[in-house]
Design a protein around this ligand. Sequence first.
Ligand code: MRU
Length: 386
Amino acid sequence: MHMLTSIRTSNGKIEIIDQLLLPHTTKYVEITSVEEAYDAIKDMKIRGAPAIASLASLAFAAYIQSGLDSAQPPAFLLSPESLSAQVIHKLDYLSDARPTAVNLGAAIRRLKAVLQSSTDAGKSVELIAADLISEGKLIADEDFDRNKRMAEHGGEWLAKLDRGSGGSGQELNVLTVCNTGSLATSGYGTALGLITYLHEQKKLGKAYYTQTAPYHQGSRLTALELKTMQISSVMICDTMVGSLFQHHKIHAVAVGADRIARNGDTANKIGTYNAAVLAARHKIPFIVVAPISTVDLDTPDGSSIPIEHRKQLEACLVRGAVHPFELDDEGKVRQETVMITPSGLEGIYNPSFDVTPADLITAIVTEKGVATRKEGQTSFDLSGVV
Ligand code: MRU
């Protein structure tokens, strides 16, 4: 099945699909430095918690590799001490590109741990550098396989749940929020991966997805992914979730996560909490699908998850409006950003994420399996999952 690719690498070259231009223009841009990776993440040319971590790790690995390859080794490769100082500097710089998505922080912690253990083992500067490069590439590469494992765990669990309540385990209609597919990861996706898996197993009825204002990851990106994979789907506006649940049989809501606290409280794209409240009201299972690297045991509950607030102006704009009869110099459909408010509004509230409390979540699916809350408990015990 054809899927879109958010990051592609060949012969040391890293390219990302510019997600700001999707769905109408597919353009890959090269990332040639850690600083360019930081800007691409901050500006949301690439987004989605796992994809952010993959790009940061690959750009970091490429930076170390280019130092090793240069005829005149840069100063930071002269000793383990100078390498260590530079690595910590670069990783700390990358760490605040997007504050809510914890996968980036987890990747950085892993790279720092490799630095520490290779240095403690008394390795040469070249070998420490080689270990860092391998780990950076591994962080990006391992994402695809774990996504497939999550999709299978979650998809089979949901089909079984449906059979348990008298259904056939087939033709499951699943609502998702935002974009959690191959564009948001190194491939296949998390919640959208679960939907893709159900489709592949001929167990999917329809995929429903919200537009996901104000950034429209749903209508721009999830729509494009589902169309590319030829998965039967229906787009709804964010305001239509309640109506959808009242008038259509929806078997589950499946969403991704940017950070899952120790008790299971989950930060995800703004609007996820609304969908969870409505799902609880309609007794629809609400499933979070995310890799273990999204679980942050250092964060006790949702109240301590840092929530990124984006620029106020972003909530006033619709990106990607099209003038179908006007083509740009390259013959492509012209895109515009249209302002949908009067300028100079007094107040604009624009948090990028919200927190869904654990008691509204039916299951958390990771590559290790499916965690559910114990009977009568309002929180998850995720210590066995991580
Ligand atoms: O602001 P974004 O587009 O990076 O937000 C993305 C989400 O909220 C996703 O649901 C989450 O990162 C999981 S992606 C597999």
